[in-house]
Design a protein around this ligand. Sequence first.
Ligand code: SAH
Length: 257
Amino acid sequence: MSNENTSIHDFDFNLICEYFSIIERQGPGSPEVTIQALHFIDGLNDNSRIADIGCGTGGQTMVLAKNAPGTITGIDLFPMFIDLFNANVAFHKLQHRVEGLVGSMDNLTFSDGELDVIWSEGAIYNIGFERGLNEWRRFLKPGGYVAVTEASWFTNERPIEINAFWNDAYPEIDTISNKVSILQKAGYIPIATFILPENCWIDNFYVHQVKAQELFLKKYAGNSAAEALIANERREAELYNMYKDFYGYVFYIGRKI
Ligand code: SAH
């Protein structure tokens, strides 16, 4: 950790974590959508084991815990998010059923066949949809479910500007039908897909960021890394407003064959 690049990188990284820890969710979503996805999952009981991968500070995990039986393990790479996650668990008095652990989605330590459900909202892109679905499958019991959200194209063609933005940000973005085909090839029965409504992006994500941005710009006035981060988030929100007919997040729910 002595070289200059590493420390600058670390600073940016901490800044990103701090920024996203101010808001309740670190990606688009809503309690209604989490509950809607949960409706497609049958057979849960008090002994069920659920993992929430890339759980962030746990916005969706608390909704899951209140609407499904069993125990939930939240996994996130960033200790700052897991600290907030566990504070959230204590606040909701869910310690007996929910626990947050630091870990990486590319190196999960569950046993084969241990889990009834793998949940992951707005996070599987970190290792890629196809890789995540393939690698995580072995942790599920036969008949267990995967439920993830993933950025997807709604149409076969779209304006050059948004196409270029996403191909740079996440080249694995694809049409819903191609994503379903990947899910099926990975060894799951496609149970359901649905598009997250606009309020998941605007009311629950970008609007909360406006407040966080103001706070941040005050706290880090003159800090170019903080200003660049906010400029980037604002551009993303602007692009969403312009091109939301062409892309969004989609819930994909599959059952292990
Ligand atoms: N599920 C939350 C957070 C989504 S943001 C929500 O919907 O609000 C994506 C999350 O993935 C972040 O919390 C980030 O810290 C986490 N993440 C990134 N890379 C990861 C990895 N390799 N393993 C586990 N979590 C990771």
